[in-house]
Design a binder for this molecule. Structure first.
Ligand code: F6P
Length: 548
């Protein structure tokens, strides 16, 4: 048993936190700032190129002390050590959880079943490097002797979201290869992608840890059939490579061993972009940038592993989720990047956070009687200000939000960047301070509004404020800083899972629908609308089969 079974609600810290919550739940952030003039300084942590300000959260130093006490009582420190050491933390699947090994430097050691996995990790990185270089430099040519111009990543979930998000986020650093991503089993998705591609200059990267995933195999088969309309089967070896743990199935698909980039079962799909799953990243950005991404993640790993919990950024961030989720009963968290580049970041985090911690059975197999997993959502600012910010400002729900911003823009347009970041700062300030009735009235009076209008409209213009935010301000968006940011959220997920006493690294919840879809598919294929289903599903199937 690698991890202890400790119900967080039975700890002394949990009871103290409950008492503390009652004391501070009605305090306004404005008052907390008035009461402690050093608050901003005390609750801000500067680490490398990160400036992380937790002070606009509904906490005091005592809150952090008690949350750290909770982390100590559930043995978080020991759990972190076990994760990095390769213990079997994914107990339900009998696996270690070692995405951190993928970014460790050469010459280090991580043992799994008594074997040092690091030489294998670096051998795969070498293979990725030489293949990426060959494709980028034009040494690897297509079957008809033309250079590769386009790459298509075929995968879903962790075999798509991470590479797609990183390639899009770092497109400033891209080379000449055009990267495309096909994930959905929706046939229109792959058709839209291949319709403008030349098979003679395209490289397909099939990514599937298991190589059994319906969506990926369907897309790979259909795309290969499209490819074979133009080129002979001998051409497949120059245009199709795969990333998987399931070497035999990849070979049966027709991909030779030299074109397979292996991965290990101790890499969870949603934490796999650092492995060979990141091949599309290495191709689209070049291996050096991929390596910088790994380096950044490694630096965050070291921070997480060694920093005291009171100043440990992923630990505090994870503990704040517990504070809002389990005491304030917040149901969701927003992640708002103030850069268009991180457009896909919240979508990527949704799998990481919700597939990991959307669990209702604890590590002893008992039903949980407290809230776990938060709903994650978000869109870049300033667009999101014009979409859903109304609800965060004046709605009835408490939505803690992370604001991610950069000191320097990539193209250096100061005018735009100053506007963008002024909005970043203004929103966190507005969410915290709100606008009192008095302030609304004064504003109306300064505009010479009629008394009647003032009476009638004031209630609608009041902002309660006291909406918590965390400001993550990073020097600049680079491969390395992105690596640090992603690793921050990965470790935050880990912290939450340990405290909630759940297993974060399995995902049995996605299986049931997959099983039912198989049964329904065979009925749909046979045009059989008489299968054993509930009345609603039966009627839907009848309508679909009858009209398709
Ligand atoms: O959605 C379930 C899941 O197993 C994810 O965890 C995984 O990232 C995805 O499917 C894809 O799996 P594979 O890489 O094996 O095709």
């Amino acid at each position: 048993m690698a991890l202890p079974r400790i119900n967080p609600t039975g700890t002394a810290a949990s009871n103290q936190l409950l008492e503390h919550y009652k004391e501070i739940k009605d305090l306004h952030l404005k008052d907390l700032f008035k009461a402690d003039t050093d608050r901003a300084e005390k609750l801000t942590f500067e680490w490398e190129d990160f400036y992380v300000d937790f002070s606009k959260n509904r906490i005091t130093e005592k809150t952090i002390d008690l949350l750290v006490k909770l982390a100590d009582e559930v043995k978080l420190k020991e759990a972190i050590e076990k994760q990095f050491a390769g213990d079997i933390l994914n107990e339900t699947e009998g696996r270690a959880v070692l995405h951190t090994a993928l970014r460790k430097p050469q010459g280090t050691e991580v043992l799994v079943d008594g074997e040092n996995v690091m030489p294998g990790v670096h051998a795969v990185l070498e293979k990725m490097k030489s293949f990426s270089n060959a494709v980028i430099n034009g040494d690897h040519l297509g079957h008809t002797g033309q250079a590769i111009t386009d790459i298509v990543n075929i995968g879903i979930g962790g075999s798509d979201l991470g590479p797609a998000m990183v390639v899009d986020s770092l497109k400033f650093y891209k080379n000449h290869l055009h990267a495309h991503f096909v994930s959905n089993v929706d046939g229109d998705h792959y058709q839209e992608v291949v319709k403008n591609l030349n098979p003679e200059t395209t490289l397909f990267v099939i990514v599937s840890k298991t190589f059994t995933t319906q969506e990926t195999l369907s897309n790979a088969n259909s795309i290969r059939a499209w490819f074979l309309k133009t080129l002979p089967s001998e051409a497949v070896s120059k245009h199709f490579v795969a990333v998987s743990t399931n070497i035999e199935s990849v070979k049966s698909f027709g991909i030779s061993e030299q074109n397979i980039f292996p991965m290990k079962d101790w890499v969870g799909g949603r934490f796999s972009l650092w492995s060979a799953v990141g091949l599309s990243i290495s191709l689209a950005l070049g291996f050096d940038h991929f390596n910088s991404l790994l380096q950044g993640a490694y630096e965050m790993d070291e921070h997480f592993r060694t920093e005291d919990f009171h100043s440990n950024i992923p630990v505090i961030a994870g503990l704040l989720t517990i504070w809002y989720n389990n005491f304030f009963e917040a149901e969701s968290e927003a992640v708002i990047p103030y850069t268009q580049y991180l457009n896909q970041f919240a979508t990527y985090l949704q799998q990481g956070i919700m597939e990991s911690n959307g669990k209702s059975v604890d590590r002893s197999g008992q039903s949980i009687r407290y809230q776990t997993g938060t709903v994650i959502w978000g869109e870049p600012g300033t667009n999101s200000q014009h979409a859903f910010f109304q609800l965060i400002h004046q709605g009835t729900k408490l939505i803690p939000a992370d604001f991610i911003g950069y000191v320097k823009p990539l193209y250096g347009n100061k005018d735009h960047h100053d506007k963008l970041m002024s909005n970043y700062f203004a929103q966190t300030e507005a969410l915290m301070n709100g606008k009192t009735e008095n302030e609304v009235r004064q504003e109306f009076e300064s505009q010479n509004a009629s008394e009647e209008d003032i009476e009638r409209l004031t209630p609608f213009k009041v902002f309660q404020g006291n909406k918590p935010t965390t400001s993550i301000l990073i020097d600049q968006l680079t491969p390395k800083s992105l690596g640090k940011l992603i690793a921050l959220y990965e470790h935050r997920i880990f912290v939450q899972g340990i405290i909630w006493n759940i297993f974060s690294y399995d995902q049995f919840g996605v299986e049931l629908g997959k099983q039912l879809a198989k049964t329904i598919l065979s009925e749909v294929e046979q045009g059989n609308s008489g299968g054993a289903h509930d009345a609603s599903t039966s009627a839907l199937l009848k309508h679909f089969i009858g009209n398709s």
